[in-house]
Ligand binder design. Structure first.
Ligand code: CDP
Ligand code: CDP
Length: 225
């Protein structure tokens, strides 16, 4: 039996999942994997190559042509798509508008889940996404399900995007989050649902430091055993 600890963080869009996951990984010296970045990189490839999402052959071939790699520097996500650093481009609106449709495709999910499970094999890991506690690591020792008031979430994301996207509006960000949450919770393949054994963490009124302390208190018992 391996002594690796898996912390699975799921939740709605812009709930603070990656902020928490990064902070935990730094504090506990775990590997951090942003599974959303993987779906975003696949969506970027589909956009650039005009992949017809209804065409199974094209989708299968695209997945064969996509090679993703993570490089962790300072616990920030650096992801490469076929050796090109795409960490910034995957956060832009064209990708945000496409990603949930791409992530609903069964073949895409099967491939991403396979890669994510491989990443969690050899070391303690904290991974955030939508199906980590339900599908990717159903046996994770600690599962957190994050939520926050939708308006607060949109304001936080808007503030984050504005410096690099001066034309963006709060309404556009709010609509994108709401639309993705709708798609992510209603899709057939691995919809976003709380795992029965996941602990709910509503951070509407919590600072990043406070949410970190809450999560650490849930993980610490497993660090001692
Ligand atoms: O950071 P944000 O909440 O905006 O989203 P993300 O974590 O980067 O994920 C982008 C999209 O990828 C989500 O809206 C989902 O459609 C999809 N996703 C997924 O389906 N399963 C995951 N494990 C992670 C992300
Ligand atoms: O990964 P996810 O999309 O769930 O959210 P995130 O990218 O970690 O957080 C979205 C924004 O909310 C970031 O700008 C965080 O700094 C901010 N945030 C916050 O202000 N307070 C929290 N308790 C958590 C996140």
């Amino acid at each position: 039996m391996s002594n690796n600890i898996v912390v699975a963080i799921d939740g709605y869009s812009s709930c603070g999942k990656s902020t928490l996951a990064k902070a935990l990984a730094k504090e506990l010296h775990f590997i951090y994997v942003d599974s959303g970045a993987m779906y975003r990189a696949v969506a970027l490839y589909f956009l650039r190559n005009n992949i017809d999402m209804q065409n199974h052959k094209q989708v299968a071939q695209a997945l064969k042509n996509i090679h993703l790699n993570f490089h962790s520097r300072d616990y920030q996500t650096h992801i490469t798509l076929n050796d090109e650093e795409v960490s910034d481009e995957i956060r832009l609106m064209p990708v945000s508008e496409k990603v949930s449709t791409v992530a609903a495709i069964r073949e895409v999910r099967v491939e991403m889940v396979k890669q994510q499970q491989r990443l969690g094999k050899s070391k303690s890991i904290v991974m955030d996404g939508r199906d980590i506690g339900t599908v990717v690591f159903p046996d994770a020792q600690v599962k957190l399900f994050m939520t926050a008031d939708p308006k607060i979430r949109a304001e936080r994301r808007y503030k984050e995007l504005l410096p690099k996207n001066p034309d963006i509006t709060l309404e556009e960000v709010f609509d994108n989050l709401a639309h993705r949450d709708y798609q992510d919770t209603t899709r057939e393949e691995s919809p976003l649902v709380r795992a029965e054994d996941a602990i709910i963490l509503d951070n509407t009124d919590l600072t990043p430091k406070e949410q970190l302390l809450f999560a650490l208190s849930k993980i610490e018992p497993f660090m001692k055993s």
